[in-house]
Design a protein around this ligand. Sequence first.
Ligand SMILES: NC(=O)c1ccc[n+]([C@@H]2O[C@H](COP(=O)([O-])OP(=O)(O)OC[C@H]3O[C@@H](n4cnc5c(N)ncnc54)[C@H](O)[C@@H]3O)[C@@H](O)[C@H]2O)c1
Ligand SMILES: [Fe+2]
Length: 448
Amino acid sequence: MPVNFLGTMRFTMPITMPITIPVTKAVATFQSLTPTKFNHASYLAVAKTRAKALHAFALVVPIPRPQLFIGEQSCFELCDMMINEGATKILIVTDAVLNKLGIPNKVTDYLQQKGIGFHLYDGITPDPTFSVVEEGIKQSVDNNCDAILALGGGSVIDASKIIAISQATKRKPKKLMGLLKASKIMPLYCIPTTAGTGSEATLGAVVSDDKTHQKSLSIDPRMVPLAAAIDPVIMKGMPPHITADTGIDVLTHALEAWMSVNATSETDYYAASATRTVFQYLPVAYKDGENLKARQEMGIAAHYGGISFNKAGLGYVHAIAHQLGAFYGIPHGRANAIVLPHILDANRDVCQHRLATLAKKAGVLQSAQTKADDGNLADHLIAQVISLIEETNIDRSVKGINEADFKKIAKAAAIEVRDTYSVPKYFTQAEIIEILHDIKDINDSLIK
Ligand SMILES: NC(=O)c1ccc[n+]([C@@H]2O[C@H](COP(=O)([O-])OP(=O)(O)OC[C@H]3O[C@@H](n4cnc5c(N)ncnc54)[C@H](O)[C@@H]3O)[C@@H](O)[C@H]2O)c1
Ligand SMILES: [Fe+2]
């Protein structure tokens, strides 16, 4: 997923927010900066100019925040808000697994009690494709829905964002990929069922090509939902392996936002909070899924992670992980867990002080360690990340990984970084290929 989640101001802006001239200029700058030939010097020049343009963009594009409800009653509070805001027929978007588990019942029973109509579409698949999204649009239009409730993980929320824009603008999903395409959007509400993507807070949505599985991104502050409910009861049935994968996605968002050159004191606050919470509560939620305190804290951490990378952006972990997802079908969070230790290690020299500062904020130090030098603190944080991945038994194998794909993967990841992130250090494609070899070595040692 190429992602640039930008903006700076913390506020609630009406959906009809006018796009200002500086924003339009910034968008034009990104679009005019794609070189036709790929060599590292021109790559670096474009990437660095874009990073500056992203920063300028961040200064002028305000990003709304969803109204947030938290706790065991939060689903009902969200439903009340939808009703109060005039929803009469709600499209509930979910997936077949969640529907089979009966997770939507908490909401549908409540809406029935209140006499509010709804239509349930459970056709979303992990990493949703354009055809899955198009079916959702059809069902929404055919059933005269006037509001959308996303009830699922990042896949469901992202698909719902595009359904909501497409129905409002009457434009096909493929035409909505890119920057600032949501001139209108239907009222959109979210109940995340994973504590991972933070998509309920972000201005992006990712849709995959039906054939190639390559991901496209749509970015627009108007696609931030009106409200979201973080309900720990909805998350308590999440199996341990999905809890672990999605939890490391939260950590990756926080760490990449923290290391971004576009990080601000505001994004730092959310990234550090999310990091601390993941270290404290992911092991608890992983071992005891019924622990509602841990579920809720992880839900808030996911939301905070989303807020931090909305503005600071992501980096090479996501850029490479997206390719592992597209080439080998690895779920998003797990792919991040596979790549994260390698990028932390590769960034260590340029991010030593930043990582040391985060180590002090993340609750991972014994009191004697706080006086250690930056190098030791950074190493300690990286070691803690690796041991969390091990403690949650995340499978670091990449079935089917093949050296013949590495050139293509490295190129796609490099382009994603150039076009959408503001990273502390740029790698050559050869360096990305080296990282892929390291990932393959781990895979080979695991499957021996
Ligand atoms: N828009 C954004 O800001 C953003 C950010 C990061 C990732 N993403 C996208 O989000 C997607 C990944 O989302 P995800 O990691 O939340 O996973 P997901 O939505 O793809 O769900 C993964 C699996 O978990 C199951 N599941 C979800 N909640 C469950 C629950 N409570 N109990 C039992 N099973 C449950 C689902 O049915 C599914 O099979 C990717 O497509 C990624 O590209 C979007
Ligand atoms: Fe992610």
